[in-house]
Design a protein around this ligand. Structure first.
Ligand code: EPU
Length: 418
């Protein structure tokens, strides 16, 4: 499972480039299935979730090649509509293949992804929408089987702006008959990226980034070359690393417009931030200030994917902070580990109350999920003495170069595969 070993107390300085976005590339990889040709990706992050998705694409007939840093996917031949169960169980976000394989083959079979360490994560909104688009859905023995003679566009209203449901509906509708309108769509930058990518392949979509997305079905898509956008959560994680460890760092290749709510909170904690065209300079203060209330919300609100990392900063801030996690019901697995490091945190349901302590103490802790694991690494950077973060494979799912980047900035961190 691997571990990170961190000697705390080294402040960070220098500059690093931010990797391509995990949550943008995964639906784009799924979308290549809709295209009976080749796709060329630049800036694709080399992370476990991407490798897992590439394994699934290979298993259903795609050919994958890396030409140096360019990822080439040939999806001319899709040989099966069955998504291998072992991969779905390894990576919940493989549910995104529901829409693309259905769009391409008019049939798909995938196992129920089930819950994960951050919540139960149902897919009722995905399935309800597909039913409205003339798709027959059978749910038996833990598998979902979808089939149709023809996908027919419809007006779909989501009860909640789910990112995954919005992406699956878009992917299903691209090669459909007629027009699909998604009301109360998710507005995340990853949805805009999916629209841009699909339109570059020849799809007709507008409205991504607003709450209404309109997709006009087309017959065929074409080959495409595409550069994946920067990862806003990795950028935010590195900003929190500077806040937790101290120092001054320039983050290059960031899209600052995607980071507004994160920048606001990091700024309110007392960090100095200067925004340039595609980079951000962050400088930590002597001591961070507490924040009254942070509520995680769908975009453009403060992202749930940054909640744990922000918490790792606030546990040593001056004063009491309150966090309300509104998106996922059990995304506080990192709290017990932070408490083991000396943090003073009380959880009541979805509310966390954090009383800032002067300093954390290094300890042996366990990552339970991706972002919570990254948060423990950040806590270790600012802590006194040695911290060991076990179960590092959770972190490798989404961070390409965590220990290399942090080492380059002066942190004392090593990765061990033991
Ligand atoms: N929900 C339902 N029914 C559905 C779909 C969602 O009740 O049919 C609920 C979920 O249970 C959850 C909430 O709606 O409580 C939000 O879920 P959403 O569908 O928006 O999230 P997702 O598509 O499953 C993506 C990201 C997550 C990120 C969330 C929210 C990917 C691969 N995953 O998940 O990223 O937290 O949006 O922004 O894009 C991560 O990167 O660490 C991560 C978990």
């Amino acid at each position: 499972m691997g571990k990170y070993i961190i000697e705390g107390g080294y402040s960070l300085s220098g500059e690093i480039k931010v990797q391509g976005s995990k949550n943008a590339v995964l639906p784009l990889l799924a979308a290549t299935v809709l295209n009976e040709g080749k796709t060329y990706f630049h800036n694709c992050p080399k992370i476990l979730d991407v490798y897992n998705m590439l394994n699934i694409l290979t298993a259903i007939g795609c050919t994958i090649k890396w030409d140096k840093d360019v990822l080439i996917i040939d999806s001319s031949n899709i040989t099966t509509h069955i998504i291998p169960e072992k991969y779905v169980q390894m990576m919940r976000s493989s549910i995104i293949l529901l829409g693309s394989v259905l769009g391409r083959l008019k049939t798909v079979k995938i196992s129920f992804p089930g819950g994960c360490s951050i919540g139960t994560r149902p897919i009722d909104l995905h399935l309800k929408a597909l039913k409205q688009m003339n798709v027959d859905i059978k749910d038996r023995h833990g598998f979902i089987e979808c089939s149709t003679n023809e996908i027919i566009g419809n007006k779909v209203s989501l009860d909640y702006p789910s990112v995954g449901a919005t992406e699956n509906i878009m992917l299903t509708a691209v090669l459909s008959e007629g027009i699909t309108t998604i009301n109360n769509a998710a507005k995340e930058p990853e949805i805009v990226e999916l629209q841009e990518f699909l339109c570059k392949m020849g799809a007709k979509i507008e409205g991504a980034g607003t709450d209404t997305i309109i997709i006009k079905g087309v017959n065929k898509l074409n080959s495409v070359e595409y550069r994946i956008m920067p990862d806003r959560i990795v950028a935010g994680t590195y900003m929190c690393a500077v806040a937790a460890a101290g120092g001054e760092v320039l983050l290059k290749d960031v899209c600052k417009e995607h980071l507004n709510s994160t920048i606001t909170k990091i700024n309110e904690m007392g960090c100095f931030i200067k925004e340039f065209e595609d980079s951000i300079l962050i400088k930590a203060p002597e001591r961070l200030k507490s924040l009254d209330l942070i509520r995680t919300q769908p975009y453009p609100g403060f992202p749930t994917d940054m909640q744990a990392q922000l918490m790792s900063c606030l546990v040593t801030a001056d004063g009491t902070s309150i966090i309300a996690e509104t998106i996922f019901e059990s995304r506080y697995k990192h709290v017990a580990e932070l408490v083991r490091m000396g943090a003073d945190i009380i959880i009541d349901g979805r509310i966390a109350v954090l009383k800032g302590v002067n300093r954390l103490n290094g300890a042996e802790v366990f990552a339970e999920d991706l972002r919570g694991g990254a948060a423990l690494v950040l806590a270790g950077l600012g802590a006194e003495g040695k911290t060991i973060v076990n179960n590092a494979s959770h972190i490798l799912r989404g961070y390409e170069n965590l220990e290399k980047d942090l080492s380059l900035l002066g942190a004392n961190i090593k990765y061990s595969s033991d």
